[in-house]
Design a protein around this ligand. Structure first.
Ligand code: AMP
Ligand code: GLY
Length: 429
């Protein structure tokens, strides 16, 4: 592909960040996004097609002469969009359905890690309530219960004791709480330590790592309250030193890519490793088959190389010869969410303060749950925007973001004021 048309699939802050980076590429002819959001629509031609309707998406690609498809979310990957498009000879970036099991089946991921000695929490896979209740005795009081399948980020429950775990297990099997995703569950040892996310772009053999990131999953400051999709992130993470990164590469990333290839599930795309730096070494919390949200909003603005060139190197099997350049700067992002999130929240609140705003290299607003109604930009989701600052140090990047947040208004706007606090405190585990 000398210069081509690219279609991004998805509609969140992550996809806006992908669009923002791709739109700068000299290799790009025209950018498209389905279903997109108003922020993305400023950069792309958009359309409304269901991401499960592979036939309709392929017809769109033929009509618009799309040269490459970049998949944002996990659902279409788990449903086999890469296999479908590959059969139709349409170039697509992401793992096959089999390889995407690294995220879509926690049982598959855990068994793979056990077989290839990739460090992770000890676990048991259970297919019935009876079995799960029996297996509990093999765990410490505090443990984690997980639905094996995709559960929109809600399938992980940390239980303080076995009684709580019994109730959770009974609820999952009796009420079918997670549907098919909860037919099989994983009981897991509870781990403690600082969490980091790393993203490997791979062609199935070789890979390059973007800079490390730390998400803030809880709704309240100090990492309290309910789990969310992510309330903010920063990159790079100070605890991810050169030595730590070397261990991650040697003991986790390369062995996982090789293991998947060895099992006949060659992994092309982005391998997202959620890791915990425990007292007993670095362990995998989970793998995802895509970029993270909101981590993408900090890791991509730090990439100096052409993102499209990197994606093509993965799709075409050239990562071995690819040299990734990072800017050496720091980025942080803070999510503005609707009051009530992650539970019930209202939509349709008018958003003020963005009328004359233009994204720059230092300050970028990535849309997520926004919509245009009667010419007004209004809220249309739990996570509404994420605002990214890029600077020569973390504090300066955060100052840029928090100053901008003061200028943006919508009824019931909520956000965390402590993004990056672990790094700023120099907190170590
Ligand atoms: P996930 O939805 O798989 O990203 O998990 C959500 C969060 O649950 C993770 O970011 C961790 O903070 C926590 N978690 C998952 N598994 C474990 C574990 N085995 N021990 C401690 N915390 C965990
Ligand atoms: N930031 C967490 C995720 O994307 O799964």
């Amino acid at each position: 592909m000398k210069q081509g048309n690219v279609l991004i699939l998805g509609s969140g802050g992550r996809e806006h960040a992908i669009a923002h980076s791709l739109s700068k590429s000299p290799l790009l002819k025209k950018l498209f996004c389905i279903p997109a959001n108003p922020g993305i629509a400023e950069l792309c031609q958009t359309d409304k097609i269901s991401l499960s309707d592979f036939e309709a998406l392929a017809t769109f690609c033929e009509k618009e002469k799309i040269d490459l498809v970049v998949v944002g979310p996990e659902q279409p990957l788990a449903e086999g969009i890469v296999d479908f498009f590959t059969q139709k000879n349409i170039l697509i970036f992401g793992p096959s359905q089999k390889a995407a099991r690294i995220e879509s089946s926690k049982a598959f991921a855990k068994n793979l890690m056990a077989k290839y000695k990739i460090p992770t929490a000890s676990y048991k896979i259970c297919n019935s309530k009876k079995q799960a209740l029996q297996e509990l005795s093999g765990f410490n009081e505090k443990l984690v219960v997980k639905a094996s399948g995709l559960a929109a980020g809600k399938g992980v429950i940390i239980c303080e004791n076995h009684n709580e775990a019994k109730n959770v297990i009974s609820e999952i099997f009796n009420t079918n709480k997670f549907g098919l995703a909860g037919k099989e569950i994983v009981l897991e040892e509870f781990m403690e330590g600082e969490e980091i996310s790393v993203f490997a772009f791979t062609d199935g053999k070789s890979y390059v790592l973007l800079s490390s990131a730390q998400d803030h999953k809880r709704i309240l400051e100090g990492d309290k309250g309910a789990n969310t999709g992510g309330m903010g992130a920063y990159s790079p993470v100070p605890v991810a030193t050169k030595e730590v990164l070397k261990e991650i590469k040697d003991k986790i990333i390369q062995p996982t890519i090789s293991a998947l290839a060895n099992e006949g599930s060659v992994y092309k795309g982005v391998l997202y490793a959620g890791l915990m730096l425990t007292k007993n070494g670095i362990k995998v919390v989970e793998f995802n088959c895509r970029l993270g949200d909101p981590e993408t909003q900090v890791v991509l603005p730090l990439v100096k190389s052409d993102l499209l060139e990197l994606i093509l190197a993965c799709v075409q099997g050239n990562v071995k010869n690819y040299k990734l350049e990072l800017s050496g700067k720091f980025a942080s992002t803070v999510v503005l969410a609707s009051k009530g999130y992650p539970e019930i929240y209202e939509k349709g609140k008018i958003i003020n303060g963005l009328q004359n705003f233009k994204n720059s290299d230092e300050l970028i607003i990535f849309h997520a749950g926004t919509k245009i109604v009667d010419g007004n930009l209004v809220t249309n989701g739990g996570r509404v925007f994420s605002i990214t600052g890029v600077s020569e140090n973390l504090q300066k990047s955060l100052d840029l973001v928090y100053k901008k947040i003061e200028e943006i208004g919508f009824d019931g706007k909520i956000f965390r004021k402590d993004i990056g606090y672990r790094a700023l405190k120099g907190e170590k585990t």
